[in-house]
Design a protein around this ligand. Structure first.
Ligand SMILES: *[C@@H]1O[C@H](CO)[C@@H](O)[C@H](O)[C@H]1NC(C)=O
Ligand SMILES: [Zn+2]
Length: 452
C-alpha cells in the first residue's frame, strides 16, 4: 500500500501525541554569540569585501564556505554526507536508524552584495540546534538532519532552489541542461568541477531525490526579511504559508524610426505598449483586493535605447506572487490577456513566455503545532505570518510536511550588506528549532515511547 505523506503524517501525529507526555523538558545550551562568530567567519568567503557578501554557486568562495560548513557539522558530532547536486547533510542518528529523518536547513549562497544572515542562519543555526540536542544527551527516535541546500539563489544559472527542487523531483533534466552561466558553462560541468554531479543530468537529479519514506518532516529557520516581527516586538514568526512567484517575460516589437521624422500618427512605439502593461500589472494585483497578491515589473529593457529613436523593442519581466495559487494564476491570465489587447490597439507584435510558475505552500498543521509547542515551552512571544519571499521549504513541502520559523532582522532589511539579526534573536530561533525537531523526532529515552 502506498500512503501519501498526508495520510501517514496523521498516523504519526497519533503516535507522537501518545508519546509526548513522557518527554522531559529540554535544557539546551545555545550561545547566540558562537553562532554569530561562525556566521562572521562564513561571511569571509565572499567575492566582495565585507560587510557585503557575494557567494555564487560552485565558485572558489562557495567551495571554501562548503568546507567550513562540513567542518562545523563534524565538530558538532554530525555525520556528513553530500549528494550529486551538492546538497550537504549533517546527520544525528536516531535510535531507530530506519525511521524517516526530521530535517532542517537552508542555504549559504548569497546574491551579489548581500548580507551574512540570509539562509546562513538556518544552516549554522541548524547545526547549532542539532549540536545542542546531542550535547544535552537527547536521543531522537528518528534521525535528525541539517542540510545546506545547493544554490537557493538564482545568480549563476538563473534557477533558484536547484538543490531542493531536485530533492522534490520537480527539476526537469532538459531544462537544467538548457541553462548556462555567464561563461557558457553548464550546470553539470560546474557540478563536476566542484566534485559533485554524475554521468548525466538524469543521474544527478536522481541522486538528490528525497521522498516521504526517508524524510518525515522539514522545518526551516530563517530571518524574516521583512519588518513585522521587529515592528510589533515579537520574537518568533510562525510561518503558516509561503507565497510563490510566477514569472512572465513579455516582448513587444514595433517598427521604430527616427524621433523627428516618424510623426506621432505613424508610430507603433514598443516602449509605450510596455508602459501600459506595467501599469496594468499594478492594477491587476490591487484588483484582487488581497494584500497577499503582489505583482512587480522589475525588469525592463528597450532598444535601441537612443534619445532620437522610437523604441522598437521592449521586454518586460513580471513577477506575480501570492499564497493562493489560483488567485495568482488569475492575475497572470489577466496580464497575458491585457498584453494581447494592448498589442492589438497599439499595432505592435508581442510574445508572452511563462518563465516559471511554482505552487505556493501551506505549512503542515502538525509541524506548526510542534513549532507553537516549542515557542510556548520556551516562553517566547510570537505571531503567525506568511513568508513573502520564497525558500527551499517551498519545495521541501512537496516532499514532507513542512513549516518555517522566522526571527526578526533589523528594519526588515535583507539582500543588502547591512542585513542584521541579533545574537539573542538567533539563539531564540535555534532553541525553537531544536525543541521543534525534538518533538517531531520523538524522545527515544522516554520510557513508554511508542514504536515509530
Ligand atoms: C567567468 O569567467 C571569468 C573570467 O575567467 C571569471 O572571473 C568568472 O568568475 C567566471 N564566472 C563563473 C560563474 O565562474
Ligand atoms: Zn534565504
Amino acid at each position: 500500500m502506498t500512503l501519501g505523506y498526508r495520510g501517514r503524517a496523521a498516523w504519526s501525529l497519533l503516535l507522537l501525541t501518545l508519546a509526548a507526555p513522557t518527554a522531559s523538558p529540554l535544557k539546551l545550551a545555545v550561545d547566540g554569540q558562537t553562532v554569530v562568530d561562525q556566521l562572521t567567519k562564513l561571511a569571509t568567503f565572499t567575492d566582495d569585501p565585507n560587510p557585503a557578501v557575494t557567494r555564487i554557486l560552485f565558485t572558489e568562495n562557495d567551495m571554501k564556505a562548503r568546507s567550513y560548513i562540513k567542518q562545523l557539522m563534524a565538530e558538532a558530532g554530525l555525520k556528513v554526507r553530500e549528494d550529486t547536486m551538492g546538497n550537504i547533510f549533517g546527520v544525528l542518528p536516531g535510535a531507530n536508524p530506519n525511521a524517516a529523518a526530521v530535517g532542517t536547513g537552508s542555504h549559504c549562497d548569497a546574491i551579489p552584495l548581500a548580507g551574512m544572515y540570509d539562509g546562513t542562519v538556518g544552516v549554522i543555526g541548524g547545526i547549532a540546534a542539532l549540536g545542542a540536542l546531542r550535547k544535552a544527551n537527547f536521543l531522537p527516535a528518528r534521525p535528525l538532519e541539517v542540510v545546506m541546500f545547493t544554490s537557493e539563489e538564482p545568480t549563476r544559472f538563473g534557477l533558484s532552489c536547484s538543490g531542493s527542487r531536485a530533492m522534490a523531483g520537480v527539476l526537469d533534466a532538459e531544462y537544467l541542461d538548457s541553462r548556462r552561466d555567464e561563461n557558457g558553462t553548464s550546470y553539470l560541468e560546474a557540478a563536476a568541477a566542484a566534485g559533485y554531479g554524475a554521468g548525466s543530468y538524469e543521474d544527478m537529479l536522481k541522486g538528490a531525490r528525497r521522498t516521504f519514506s526517508d524524510l518525515s518532516y522539514f522545518v526551516e529557520l530563517h530571518i524574516e526579511q521583512g519588518p513585522l516581527l521587529e515592528q510589533q516586538g515579537q520574537q518568533i514568526g510562525v510561518v503558516t504559508a509561503i507565497a510563490a512567484p510566477a514569472a512572465l517575460r513579455v516582448s513587444f516589437s514595433g517598427d521604430g524610426g527616427h524621433a523627428g521624422a516618424q510623426l506621432m500618427a505613424w508610430r507603433n512605439d514598443a516602449s509605450l505598449a510596455a508602459a501600459e502593461l506595467a501599469l496594468f500589472v499594478e492594477r491587476a494585483a490591487l484588483g484582487t483586493g488581497s494584500p497577499d497578491a503582489v505583482a512587480t515589473t522589475g525588469f525592463w529593457d528597450i532598444s535601441p535605447k537612443a534619445v532620437n529613436s522610437v523604441p522598437r523593442e521592449a521586454v518586460l519581466e513580471i513577477d506575480v506572487r501570492d499564497i493562493d495559487g489560483g488567485r495568482r494564476d488569475g492575475v497572470v491570465a489577466a496580464i497575458t490577456a491585457e498584453a494581447a489587447s494592448i498589442a492589438e490597439r497599439r499595432k505592435v507584435r508581442h510574445t508572452v513566455d511563462l518563465i516559471n510558475r511554482d505552487p505556493p505552500a501551506t505549512s503542515s498543521p502538525f509541524v506548526l503545532q510542534a513549532v507553537r509547542a516549542a515557542v510556548s515551552e520556551l516562553g517566547y512571544s510570537s505571531r503567525e505570518m506568511v513568508s513573502r519571499a520564497y525558500h527551499d521549504s517551498l519545495f521541501m513541502a512537496q516532499v514532507a510536511p513542512t513549516a518555517m520559523i522566522f526571527i526578526p532582522c533589523r528594519n526588515g532589511w535583507s539582500h543588502r550588506p547591512d542585513e542584521f539579526a541579533s545574537p539573542e534573536d538567533i539563539a531564540r530561533g535555534v532553541k525553537v528549532l531544536a525543541h521543534t525537531m525534538a518533538f517531531l523526532a520523538g524522545n527515544a529515552r522516554a520510557e513508554d515511547r511508542q514504536e515509530l
